[in-house]
Write a protein that binds this ligand. Structure first.
Ligand code: 3H9
Length: 696
C-alpha cells in the first residue's frame, strides 16, 4: 500500500487503490485494507460513492498464489467481497490490464464496472487446478449467462474489453483517464440516487437441467480426469438451482477440495518454477540487434521468436537456396500467427520488418547477440565459432543452440569464452517456451544475464543448466528413452509403450515423438557420443530403424507407418518382426510387459537421473528440472514434473521401487542416485531439501 494509505478522496467520491506490486494480488494485508476501507467509507456521511482501481497497469491479477500453501488468514476474500457488495453506496470498479481470478471476482462484487481498452478479464484458476472460490461461479452467470461462464472458467482464457462489454460484464468503456472517468461516473450514479446494483440480487438466467452434464461430457477426457474442471461445472450447476448463499457455500467447499489436491499443488509449483528469477538481471546488456546462423527449421523458428519479441534479426546462411527457404518459412510462420490472431496486424508487420537475410557471416558485426543453429556436429560448430570470435563485435554474446555438444569446447574455439553461452531452444522454436541457458565454465555473468534477459523478453521460460552431455532435459531423456527401448526388446509393442505413457499423461508417447522429430537425429548424436553406454541393447530399436532409413514421419515409416490415406499413424507389423529379430540376436527372452511396468521404469529413470543431475550441480533446483520437463518434453503438468511427482509418491517409496528394479533388471542402470537415497533415508523431499539449501 502507498505511504498515504489506499484511500484518497476526490470530493465526495472515495477511491480505493490496490497497490501491491507487481500485480496487485489480493494478499492478506490487501484484503484487510479493503475490508477496513469499505466499513469506514460506508458509514462516512461525506462519501457518496466509492471507486476501486488498481495502481499501475493492472486492476488485480487474483488471489496471492503464494498464500495457498500457508494456513488461511482472515479476512478471507469471499467475506470481504460480500461486504463490498453489501455497501449501501454505489461501488464502481475501474478495471484495467490483468483483472483475473479473485480480481475478476472483486470486480463482480462491485455494483458497476468500467474498463480501459487493455482489459484482460478472466478466470485462470483452472490452470492452477482451482475454481473461482470467491463467488465468481455464482455472480458471473447472473451477468454473462451459463455458456459464457462455463467457457470462461473451464477454458481459463481472458476476455478483452469488447466481448466483456457484449457479455454484460463491463458496463462502460473508458477512454482517457480511467480513474477520473470512473469517479465522474460514480458521482453521476450517486446524483441519480440509484440503489446499488448488486449482482447477487439479479435474476438467475434460465438453464436446462441437462446442460451442465452435457458440457462436462463434451470436455476432453484429460480435463474430466482432473479435479478442477468437473468441480467448476458442478459449482455452476449449483448456482443454477440453489439460492445464492447455498451456491456460494458449495463453491467454497469445492474450491477447498481443489486447493488440497495434489494436482493443484503441482500446478502451483509449476507457476513459480516457470517464473524463477533470472540471474544477475542488472548485468544484462541491451540487445536490439541479433543474428541467427543457419536458416533451417530451428534457425527460422528462433528468428521468429526474436523478431516477434521486438529484436532485429539477420538470418545468415551461406547457401542462397537455404536462406531463401528460411526467410520464406519465417514469413509464413509470422503470417500464420497473424491469421490465428496470436499477433495483431501491427505486431505482425513489425516482426516481418525486423528480419533480413544475409549470405555472409560478416553480417554478425552489428549484432549484440548471435545464436548459432547449424548442423549438430562439434567440428562444424567449433569452426564456425572460431570465425565468430573474430567477426562479432566486442561484448556480443555468442550463443550455441546445441542440444548435446560440449559448450566449453565450442567456447574455447571462439577464443573469447566469456562471451559464449548455450541457448538450447526446443522445436518448433517459435512455439515451445523452454530455453535451457547453458552456463559454460568460462561464460561471464554478464553474458549469461543477457541470454536470460533476452529469453524472458521474447516470452520464453529460461532455465539455467550446467554444461554436461545433453544438459538437463536431453540427458534425462536418454534415461527415459533407454527404458522404453529395453521394454520393447523385452516384449512391449511400440504402440503399447506410447499408450502407457500417454495414459500417464505425457503429451505424446516417446515413439510417436521420435517419429515426429526424426529418428536420424538421435542416431547421428549417438554415433558421435564418445561415452555412450557400452551396451548392445542401448537404443538398439531406434538405431536399427534409422539404419533401415525408417526416419519417422518424414520418410513415411519409423516406429509406425504413415502411408495410409491421410498419413495417419498406424502400427507396423514389420517393426514388431524387426524388434523380435534384434531381441533374438541379443538373446533377450520375450515376456509380457505391462503398462504399469513401462510407466514405472520410464518415470523412475527420469527421477533417478534428475537426482544425479542435482547432485552434480547440472541443474540448480528440482523445480528447474520440473519446468524443463513440463515445458520441453510434455510431462503432465498436473503431476508437476518428475521431481515433484517423486515427492508426491514419497521418496522412500521411490527408492524401494528403484531397488526392486535393480534386483529384477540389474544394477547397471538402477543404482539409486546418492541424493535420492540420502533424502529417502532422511524421510524428506526434494522440495524440502531445496528450501533448506536456499534458506527458505
Ligand atoms: C485466484 O484468484 C483464486 C480466487 O478465485 C479465489 C481465492 C479465494 N499471486 O507472470 P509474470 C507474480 S487464483 C502471487 O512474470 P507478466 C509472479 O510470480 C489466482 N504472485 O508477469 C512474478 O513475481 P516475480 C488467479 C503473482 O507481466 C510477478 O508477479 N490469477 C501472481 O508476464 C510477475 O509475473 C492468476 O492465475 C499471483 N496471483 O504477467 C494470474 N500473479 O516478480 C496469474 C503474478 O517475483 N498471473 N505474480 O518474479 C498471471 O497470469 C501473470 O502474472 C500476469 C502478468 C498476466 C498477471
Amino acid at each position: 500500500m502507498s505511504a498515504d494509505g489506499p484511500v484518497r478522496r476526490d470530493g465526495d467520491v472515495a477511491v480505493f487503490t490496490f497497490d501491491n506490486p507487481p500485480v496487485n494480488a489480493l494478499s492478506h494485508p490487501v484484503r484487510e485494507a479493503l475490508l477496513a476501507a469499505i466499513e469506514s467509507l460506508d458509514s462516512d456521511p461525506s462519501v457518496r460513492a466509492i471507486v476501486l482501481a488498481g495502481k499501475g497497469r493492472n486492476f488485480v491479477a487474483g488471489a496471492d498464489v503464494r498464500e495457498f500453501d500457508r494456513p488461511p488468514l482472515e479476512p478471507l476474500l469471499p467475506a470481504v467481497l460480500t461486504r463490498v457488495e453489501a455497501c449501501g453506496k454505489p461501488v464502481v470498479a475501474a478495471l484495467s490490464g490483468a483483472t483475473l481470478g479473485g480480481g475478476a471476482e472483486t470486480a463482480l462484487a462491485c455494483h458497476y464496472r468500467c474498463a480501459a481498452g487493455d482489459l484482460q478479464f478472466g478466470f485462470p484458476e483452472v490452470s492452477l487446478g482451482l475454481l473461482p472460490g470467491a463467488g465468481g461461479t455464482v455472480r458471473l452467470p447472473r451477468l454473462a449467462g451459463w455458456q459464457a461462464s462455463l467457457d470462461l472458467m473451464t477454458g481459463g482464457r481472458p476476455l478483452g474489453i469488447d466481448p466483456a462489454i457484449e457479455l454484460g460484464i463491463v458496463d462502460r468503456r473508458m477512454d482517457g483517464d480511467l480513474v477520473a472517468g470512473a469517479v465522474a461516473w460514480a458521482r453521476e450514479l450517486a446524483d441519480a440516487g440509484l440503489p446499488p446494483r448488486r449482482v447477487l440480487e439479479l435474476p438467475v438466467p434460465p438453464s436446462r437441467p441437462a446442460q451442465f452434464e452435457e458440457y462436462l461430457r463434451a470436455l476432453p477426457a484429460s480435463a474430466r480426469k482432473l479435479p478442477a474442471p468437473p468441480r467448476i461445472v458442478e459449482a455452476l450447476a449449483c448456482a443454477a438451482i440453489l439460492p445464492a448463499e447455498a451456491a456460494l457455500a458449495r463453491a467454497r467447499t469445492l474450491f477447498m477440495e481443489c486447493l488440497g489436491s495434489v494436482e493443484s499443488r503441482a500446478l502451483r509449483h509449476l507457476f513459480f518454477a516457470e517464473r524463477r528469477p533470472a540471474p544477475d538481471p542488472d548485468l544484462a546488456r541491451p540487445v536490439a540487434q541479433s543474428a541467427v546462423i543457419g536458416a533451417g527449421t530451428m534457425g527460422a523458428g528462433i528468428t521468429v521468436s526474436l523478431a516477434t519479441g521486438g529484436i532485429g534479426v539477420t538470418l545468415i546462411d551461406a547457401r542462397q537456396e537455404a536462406l531463401d527457404a528460411g526467410l520464406a518459412r519465417v514469413k509464413s510462420l509470422i503470417d500464420a500467427s497473424e491469421r490465428k490472431g496470436r499477433l495483431d496486424a501491427a505486431a505482425a508487420a513489425g516482426a516481418r520488418g525486423r528480419v533480413r537475410g544475409s549470405l555472409t557471416l560478416a553480417a554478425v558485426a552489428g549484432a549484440e547477440l548471435v545464436i548459432e543453429a547449424v548442423f549438430e556436429n562439434l567440428a562444424v560448430k567449433c569452426e564456425l565459432f572460431s570465425r565468430l570470435g573474430e567477426l562479432a563485435g566486442p561484448g556480443c554474446v555468442l550463443a550455441t543452440n546445441t542440444s548435446t555438444l560440449d559448450v566449453d569446447a565450442i567456447a574455447a574455439s571462439a577464443g573469447r569464452p566469456a562471451d559464449v553461452v548455450g541457448m538450447h531452444f526446443f522445436s518448433p522454436a517459435n512455439v515451445m517456451r523452454l530455453v535451457e541457458v547453458v552456463h559454460g565454465r568460462g561464460s561471464s555473468r554478464g553474458s549469461l544475464a543477457t541470454a536470460h534477459a533476452v529469453a524472458k523478453r521474447i516470452g520464453k521460460i529460461a532455465i539455467p543448466v550446467g554444461n554436461a552431455f545433453g544438459f538437463v532435459g536431453n540427458r534425462m531423456l536418454y534415461a527415459y528413452g533407454r527404458e522404453k527401448e529395453l521394454a520393447m526388446l523385452e516384449g512391449a509393442r511400440p504402440e503399447a509403450v506410447d499408450r502407457a505413457l500417454q495414459d500417464f499423461g505425457m503429451a505424446m508417447g516417446p515413439n510417436a515423438v521420435g517419429d515426429l522429430a526424426g529418428l536420424d537425429i538421435g542416431w547421428q548424436v549417438r554415433k558421435e557420443w564418445q561415452d555412450k553406454p557400452d551396451d548392445p541393447r542401448y537404443y538398439r530399436v531406434s538405431d536399427r530403424l534409422a539404419e533401415l532409413g525408417r526416419f519417422g514421419q518424414k520418410t513415411g515409416r519409423g516406429f509406425y507407418r504413415y502411408d495410409g490415406p491421410g498419413g495417419e499413424r498406424a502400427p507396423d507389423p514389420e517393426v514388431v518382426d524387426l524388434i523380435l529379430a534384434e531381441a533374438e540376436r541379443l538373446g533377450i527372452p520375450q515376456r509380457t510387459v505391462e503398462a504399469g511396468e513401462i510407466v514405472n521404469r520410464c518415470v523412475l529413470a527420469l527421477v533417478n537421473e534428475g537426482a544425479r543431475i542435482l547432485d552434480e550441480g547440472i541443474a540448480e533446483t528440482p523445480a528447474d528440472i520440473d519446468a524443463i520437463w513440463c515445458n520441453g518434453y510434455g510431462f503432465p503438468r498436473h503431476r508437476g514434473g518428475p521431481m515433484f511427482h517423486a515427492d508426491s509418491l514419497g521418496l522412500p517409496a521411490v527408492l524401494r521401487s528403484i531397488r526392486a528394479l535393480s534386483a529384477s533388471h540389474g544394477a547397471r542402470y538402477w543404482e539409486p542416485a546418492g541424493l535420492l537415497a540420502r533424502l529417502a533415508g532422511e524421510g524428506t523431499t526434494f522440495a524440502a531439501w531445496q528450501a533448506a539449501r536456499s534458506g527458505g
